[in-house]
Ligand binder design. Structure first.
Ligand code: ADP
Ligand code: MG
Length: 283
């Protein structure tokens, strides 16, 4: 039978905006020794803004073509580019395709467009200035008809309670690790700002899965927190899969064991504490 206190724990969690699925929540959450987190949308707001545009040729054309293609995507960086285009008339892209961890490929007004990170351009053998690699910001790099055409420098901000979230977890003796598809230099900068000792950038979704699998093989009890569509496999693999509920994609919310309704990362530590308190009362 399920002990009465179990329901108390679930009630307490839900009053704190933490939705719990499944009956073994307490056992899982109280054993967690490692919290692995996505960056964008989980520890950062996931609301990017274009800071700067560099165009090889006509900037208006670059913005119009890139934004038209990005209108196909719901990725936070895509939304920034579309927003930046403001009220310029966007065209519906043809053959648009999202390439996980890379960006988008498609046709706009008969022009072949790539919009993504430098890895995307590498994949299609499009050359670009070496100097792009030195920029310590998130970027959307654009190619038109197979040639580098310019880039957008975009920025996100860390969530107000992200640093607290990490220090609370550390106080509980939990190791924190950040994994991201964003470029390594940006990931390291955010990790430093938040006090996260271990971080890895430039990862493809399957590489995130491989890292979590390795930690599990080492005997670690893992919680993974994420928000994006690409995070669903790794949420499924973790001992405790945690999804951000407000910004999170349906796939991650569906897969998760725990949903943080208001997207506050500090609720991860709250969930662990509620689990421990409830367990100490029940058993
Ligand atoms: P993360 O959520 O950790 O950033 P993703 O796998 O969603 O990981 O994305 C990895 C990277 O791929 C992004 O940081 C961005 O550089 C690039 N990217 C993904 N989707 C797009 C898109 N629609 N437009 C431009 N770049 C994109
Ligand atoms: Mg993400």
């Amino acid at each position: 039978s399920i002990p009465l206190g179990y329901f108390g724990g679930i009630g307490l969690a839900s009053r704190n905006g933490i939705l719990v699925k499944g009956a073994n929540f307490l056992d899982i959450i109280t054993k967690i020794d490692t919290v692995v987190s996505d960056k964008t949308g989980t520890l950062t707001k996931g609301v990017f803004q274009v800071q700067k545009v560099e165009a090889v040729g006509d900037q208006r054309e670059l913005v119009q073509l890139a934004a038209s293609l990005e209108s196909y995507s719901t990725h936070p960086v895509a939304k920034a580019v579309v927003e930046y285009a403001g009220n310029s008339t966007l065209d519906k892209p043809a053959n648009a395709e999202e390439i996980a961890g890379h960006g988008l490929k498609g046709t706009v007004n008969g022009r072949a467009i790539l919009a993504g990170n430098t890895k995307l351009l590498d994949k299609y053998a499009v050359t670009y200035p070496e100097a792009l690699k030195e920029i310590v910001e998130t970027m959307v790099v654009v190619a038109i008809d197979g040639a580098y055409a310019g880039h957008f420098v975009i920025a996100d901000a860390v969530k107000e309670d992200a640093a607290t979230a990490i220090s609370e977890l550390n106080k509980l003796g939990i190791t924190t690790i950040m994994l991201s598809g964003d470029k390594e230099a940006v990931v390291k900068k955010v990790a430093r700002e938040l006090g996260i000792a271990q971080s890895y950038g430039g990862l493809l979704p399957e590489e995130k899965v491989a890292i979590v699998q390795k930690l599990k093989d080492e005997g670690k009890h893992i919680a993974f927190v994420g928000d994006g569509v690409n995070d669903a496999p790794v949420i499924a693999l973790a001992d405790a899969g945690i999804a951000m509920g407000a910004l999170g994609s349906d796939a991650t919310i569906e897969t998760a064991d725990i949903v943080i309704q208001n997207d506050q990362p500090s609720r991860i530590a709250s969930a662990v504490k509620i689990g421990k308190i409830t367990k100490s009362v029940v058993y």
